[in-house]
Write a protein of this length. Structure first.
Length: 298
């Protein structure tokens, strides 16, 4: 009997030690994974804005993260925005679905902690009360240069042919598309998987809001000149030549990938929905910020 207890004790200790080692390893690797994802996202965002290692962003360029939530108000829903203020603090501004201002609550959180979803949600609930359930909706990064808005970065997720496609979209102050990057997808290799290629995703670049609103997909071969312009770096085209080609085709629909019309249409509809909804919501938010004299850094 004594030997049995000894064996049980040793096994228990071994399991506890193994769990401790595995838990510690998970915490460390998960933290490193999150950091790598953050670094990769930063590179993508800067690239969409036209910056690179050879052409770094000026020090005057800053990124301000705005988080949108759905808030329960009795039996109805409202929209809530966690906003950075000019003095470095945060407010949670609630707006009804018709665009009317409802409330403004200070949120006790730092910019570093606001990046963490758990910390952010906890701080918002503490600010508005636990009786109002909140659900995260999406995020917008407002890009400024010297305090003036220059662009918006829109992380998005929409249905693809198989599962969801995760994308990052950049638009300028007038909501014309600056660039598109596909972050994650599970489309078929050689078919829908080609959505990551420049000759597809660069078709969105330069398209103005009015074109995006009615954007469709056409099942036709890409014109040879357009194809060269979409793969400008590969073909060694000058910036002037690329601009000319982009201007020529900026009103065109999206040319579908061969054998992957569904994936092509999924990305097109996803991008179109992201831009249209953002433009509509931003107009409402800007009006509320102006009417309520809420001083944000953008």
């Amino acid at each position: 009997m004594k030997n049995i207890f000894t064996i049980i004790f040793r096994l228990t200790v071994a399991c506890l030690l193994a769990g401790l080692v595995m838990g510690t390893a998970f915490v460390l690797t998960n933290k490193a994974k999150k950091n790598n994802l953050h670094v990769n996202e930063q590179k993508v965002m800067l690239s969409l804005l036209g910056y690179s290692a050879k052409n770094p962003a000026p020090e005057a360029v800053a990124m301000h993260e705005v988080y949108r939530y759905l808030v329960g108000e009795g039996e109805s829903l409202t929209m809530g925005y966690l906003l950075p203020l000019q003095d470095g603090t945060f407010d949670f501004v609630t707006i009804d679905l018709e665009g009317g201002f409802l409330a403004r609550n200070p949120v006790d959180i730092s910019a570093e902690k606001a990046v963490d979803a758990g910390e952010r949600n906890q701080a918002i609930v503490a600010a508005i009360g636990a009786d109002k359930p909140v659900r995260y909706a999406d995020q917008t990064i407002v890009v400024t240069n010297g305090g003036k808005r220059m662009a918006y970065l829109l992380p998005g997720r929409f249905p693809g042919f198989k599962t969801f496609i995760t994308a990052m979209l950049a638009v300028d102050q007038n909501f014309s598309i600056l660039g598109l990057e596909i972050m994650e997808h599970e489309e078929d290799p050689g078919l829908g998987g080609e959505i990551v290629q420049n000759y597809f995703k660069n078709q969105f670049k330069g398209k103005p809001l009015e074109t995006v609103k009615k954007l469709d997909v056409v099942k036709m071969p890409l014109p040879e000149e357009y194809l060269k312009g979409l793969e400008a770096e590969k073909n060694g085209l000058s910036a002037e030549e690329v601009t000319r080609i982009q201007e020529q085709y900026k009103e065109s629909d999206i040319y579908a990938l061969t054998g992957a019309t569904i994936s092509s249409r999924s990305v097109t509809n996803g991008v179109k929905g992201m831009v249209k909804k953002f433009a509509y919501r931003l107009a409402i938010l800007d009006r509320v910020l102006d009417e309520q004299h809420i001083a944000v850094p953008f």
